[in-house]
Design a protein around this ligand. Structure first.
Ligand SMILES: Cc1cc2nc3c(=O)[nH]c(=O)nc-3n(C[C@H](O)[C@H](O)[C@H](O)COP(=O)(O)OP(=O)(O)OC[C@H]3O[C@@H](n4cnc5c(N)ncnc54)[C@H](O)[C@@H]3O)c2cc1C
Length: 406
């Protein structure tokens, strides 16, 4: 622990977004405490989180600006092409950057690798103190400031509290912030496969009524992650299948274009839902990441949306502190709320619409969708717009997402 228990900011939750925020603030000289009750030995263990996440090219620039990218170098797989189809029917939408642009659209990393890199960067950060494992037993927010008592007995105070505890954020609940939420009738089954044919750094999104089937390149060559979404009612039966039976079912969805496949990692499953907090600020409080919004993983945007929150909040606070304002100043929180609300609304609504659009069964809806995909494929500007979204490069970008510090 640092000699002083006063910080500029206390961040509740040291997940992917909370730690990135802490590292970014610390890099700009802002003193932070990050509190998380999880045991690092558990969350960093190989079988804790079998997911992979695509780090969009804008999020990668954030990682470069914060010195996180160098800890991940060579551990991911670049996405050079995204292939979208309605089942295995013709009428494909195919995204690839122009020939003269060699920046990948994103990089796939195992979540464990990202967690390890973030923890290393956090332990090395000068202005960041990790209280982990520890838990807040008492939190008080007033117009004057924030005070927190930890299970270990340590007392902390700060100008601003940040809720980054994921979907069920106790900080958001305690602030009585209303949340719009619903569950999808979907469960995501996640694993890794090896396959005969090289994936050529392509991410495949094959949409079926009942849920999308995603094949995401994990390592250059013949290893991919699978995120296979099925209706809830089918999930238990599918998960009860042996590896061979499960692989045979997966192969039917893939149509054999990657050759023979084998399951190469334990299978895990996640129920899926949507939620969005009505506001992301309160007195001396800001929410980031899944504490503020959670979306279907259909386009791999969830954590990238959280990184955009972190980048915007860092910019707002660093700009404000340079002008002599406190991090918890209400004017700064208003700027953060305004900046993030349009982006999170448009992305969360678009993702929800996509889930519903492809969930409608039948030949006519499928024909309409395929005509739509074929039309977008031919329309350069619209396709460029979708590609900018996938790269996380649309809208009013925080400066960190361009690779520069504030
Ligand atoms: C199947 C699946 C696939 C996905 N794939 C992708 C993808 O490809 N790309 C993508 O961008 N997104 C993806 N996502 C979404 C992504 O995983 C989340 O958006 C991301 O994990 C959110 O990060 P976070 O730090 O906000 O929250 P979390 O990762 O949930 O972290 C919350 C942290 O808070 C801590 N915590 C909990 N309670 C407390 C407390 N009381 N006090 C303090 N700390 C607490 C936890 O220990 C944890 O460390 C996927 C999600 C799912 C379910």
């Amino acid at each position: 622990m640092t000699p002083s228990s006063h910080f500029d900011i206390i961040i509740m939750g040291g997940g992917l977004v909370g730690l990135t925020l802490g590292i970014g603030l610390s890099k700009h000289g802002v003193r932070c405490a990050v509190i998380d009750p999880a045991q690092p030995e558990t969350t960093l263990a190989p079988n804790f989180d079998g997911r992979v996440s695509s780090i969009s090219s804008a999020s990668w620039k954030l990682f470069q600006a914060l010195g996180i990218a160098e800890r991940l170098e060579g551990k991911g797989c670049p996405i050079e092409r995204i292939w979208v189809s309605d089942g295995l029917q013709p009428g494909v939408l195919d995204f690839a950057p122009p020939q003269d642009d060699d920046t990948p659209m994103g990089i796939m990393f195992e979540n464990r690798e990202t967690r390890l890199a973030l923890r290393d960067a956090a332990l090395a950060a000068e202005n960041l103190t990790l209280f982990q494992p520890d838990r807040a037993t008492h939190v008080k927010r007033t117009l004057e400031g924030v005070s927190v008592t930890l299970d270990s007995g340590t007392q902390l105070s700060a100008s601003l509290l940040v809720g980054a505890e994921g979907r069920g954020s106790p900080t958001r609940e305690a602030a009585n912030i209303p949340v719009a939420k619903w569950s999808y009738n979907h469960v995501a089954m996640v694993t890794a496969i090896t396959h005969e044919v090289n994936h050529a750094n392509t991410a495949y999104e094959i949409f079926y009524p009942g849920g999308p089937f995603a094949i995401l390149p994990m390592q250059p060559g013949t290893r991919s992650a699978i995120v296979w979404t099925v209706p809830k009612a089918q999930a238990a039966g599918m998960l009860a299948l042996g590896e061979r039976g499960w692989a045979a079912e997966a192969q039917k969805r893939m149509g054999g274009f990657l050759g023979e496949i084998q399951v190469a990692a334990p299978r895990s499953s996640y129920p899926l839902g949507y939620h969005r907090a009505a506001r992301i600020t309160d007195t001396r409080l800001a929410l980031v990441g899944d504490a503020a919004h959670g979306i279907h993983p259909i386009a791999g945007q969830g954590v990238n949306l959280g990184f955009r929150d972190a980048a915007a909040l860092i910019e707002v606070i660093v700009d404000g502190m340079r002008l002599g304002l406190e991090p918890g100043d209400a004017q700064l929180l208003t700027r953060y709320q305004r900046w993030r609300s349009l982006d999170t609304l448009s992305v969360t609504v678009a993702m929800d619409g996509l889930v519903r659009l492809f969930d409608v069964p039948g030949r006519i809806p499928s024909a309409i969708r395929r005509a739509g995909l074929a039309a977008v494929q031919k329309m350069g500007p619209l396709k460029d717009r979708f590609m900018a979204e996938a790269r996380g490069e649309s809208g009013a970008l925080p400066v960190l997402l361009t690779g520069e510090t504030v």
